[in-house]
Design a protein around this ligand. Structure first.
Ligand code: HEM
Length: 454
């Protein structure tokens, strides 16, 4: 493999770690069972190791010191990974593919929309979505598929946060269209641009494009309405339509599409999968469930403010994201050489902090297989040991929003209902697209309602 750098002296100094040979086989192994594949390569070749993935060579590490090195670099040495694969999926303006100054100014523009006081304004909406969706699912069948419930909740939360909460009919249409986009996102589309091929309307690419164009048609309608409206709204779409960068330039329609797609995509499936895992682990671990119940029962009320500051609830969410990171690794492409431990990596190669390796390191986390929220109360972990939201200049922009939402949704449901798992079979991680989620929908039964609304 030849590095992008044109300097032959630099090329001579390059020293790469060993790793599995071939490209198709390791990529398929990574798609099929990322944790098993990453752990077995780290055992066989050491940490870090080199993976020649279909979308480019990547040096992978779960070591704290090396992750610190990666996140500690000047962001200008990094470009996003697999941009040619992501652009056709998310569009040119998505934060996921911007780099350098455009990426920095995009984050500065968007950050306030998902932070601090603004975020707290969404709390009541999150709680209302949780209770109405829970009751709707409960009325429909004798058991509830947790993943379906959590998907409906997180989709409604993000749709209402982005588009405003007043028009229920519009919210339902947006939720249906977004659900179809997520359902059509085959994992292969994210791993190689070679899979972006039409086939008489039946290929994964055709399915994705069809779902995406339906959603875009709807977005067009909504943006049109919003731009013509004279009334003031404080939802994210209205903020985006009126937003200007530091230099006074406003954001284009194409760009709004890209960011809306990014928020819809990045912002709901991740949260739904994490909430599903939390319900599963709490009901597999009666001690953890009873500690959480005790804490929730001791709260004066279940207001979003109280729930979001309850320590055991927070630790439960942290432990869920530790044991099952939704993205098993995060990626950056090098624009300049990087000294990573004993290795000198050339420009053109990518580096990947492997969250799943760091989160299951038995030196950092004693008995890493155990679900034990207490570990987050007993001590704190560095951002290079614990990173469910990634790190450095690309750390998830929705981290605070997602943590807040999970506390409110999980706290409200556990405080209000006595539940049990319908199926005693173990649930294991399984790839969905770029995300990893539970292998089943985690069906639950409601045993009783613990109290009625005052
Ligand atoms: C439990 C829920 C979530 C998890 C586990 C999660 C995880 C992640 C991770 C691992 C990254 C990559 C970070 C990196 O490369 O270092 C990321 C990026 C991102 N996330 Fe999240 N996320 C969640 C929720 C959300 C929400 C609710 C939103 C928005 C509403 C969001 C928007 C984004 C965006 C825009 C990026 C790209 C940031 C950039 O490239 O600068 N995420 N997320």
């Amino acid at each position: 493999m030849k590095p992008d750098s044109d300097s032959s002296s630099e090329y001579a100094k390059v020293r790469l770690p060993p790793g599995p040979s071939g490209s198709w086989r390791p990529t398929l192994q990574l798609i099929r069972n990322p944790r098993r594949a990453l752990e077995s390569w780290a055992r066989e070749y050491g940490d870090p190791f080199l993976l020649n993935a279909l979308n480019g060579p990547v040096v992978v590490t779960g070591r704290e010191d090396l992750i610190r090195t990666i996140h500690g670099q000047d962001p200008s040495i990094y470009a996003p990974f697999a941009t040619p694969t992501i652009i056709p999926l998310m569009g040119n303006g998505s934060m996921l593919i911007l780099e350098g100054e455009p990426h920095r100014r995009e984050r500065r523009l968007m950050m306030p929309m998902f932070h601090g006081d603004r975020m707290k304004a969404y709390g009541a909406n999150m709680q209302q979505c949780a209770t109405t969706q829970f009751e709707a699912h409960r009325a429909r069948a004798s058991s509830i598929v947790t993943l379906d419930l959590m998907t409906d909740i997180s989709l409604e939360v993000i749709v209402r946060t982005i588009f405003g909460g007043n028009d229920r009919e519009l919210a339902t249409r947006l939720m249906d269209a977004s659900r179809k986009v997520v359902a059509s996102s085959s994992p292969l589309l994210f791993f190689s641009k070679k899979t972006h091929l039409p086939f008489f309307g039946f290929s994964p690419w055709d399915q994705w494009r069809k779902a995406k164009s339906q959603l875009f048609k709807l977005l067009d309608e909504v943006i049109e309405q919003r731009q013509q409206s004279t009334s003031q709204s404080d939802d994210i779409l209205s903020m985006l339509c009126g937003a200007t960068y530091e230099d006074g330039q406003s954001i284009t329609r194409e760009h709004i599409y890209s960011e809306l797609m990014t928020f819809l995509f990045a912002g709901h499936e991740t949260t739904a999968l994490s909430l599903t895992w939390a319900i599963y682990h709490l009901h597999k671990n009666p001690l953890a469930l009873s500690s959480l119940r005790q804490e929730l029962d001791s709260l004066a009320d279940e207001s979003p403010t109280n729930l979001s500051s309850a320590p055991y609830l927070k630790a439960t969410i942290q432990e869920t994201l530790r044991i099952h990171p939704i993205l098993t690794e995060t990626l950056r492409k090098l624009k300049a050489p990087l000294q990573l431990g004993d290795y000198l990596l050339p420009a053109g190669m990518a580096v990947a902090p492997a969250t799943v390796l760091a989160h299951h390191n038995p030196i950092t986390y004693k008995e890493p297989e155990l679900f034990r929220p207490e570990r987050f109360i007993e001590r704190s972990y560095s951002p290079f040991e614990y990173m469910p939201f990634g790190g450095g200049h690309r750390r998830c922009i929705g981290a605070a929003f997602a943590s807040y939402e999970m506390a409110i949704v999980l706290g409200t449901i556990i405080k209000r209902y006595e539940l049990e798992l319908v199926d005693s079979k173990p649930v294991v991680p399984k790839r969905r697209n770029v995300t990893i989620g539970p292998s089943s929908g985690v069906p639950i039964r409601v045993l009783s309602r613990r109290f009625t609304d005052e």
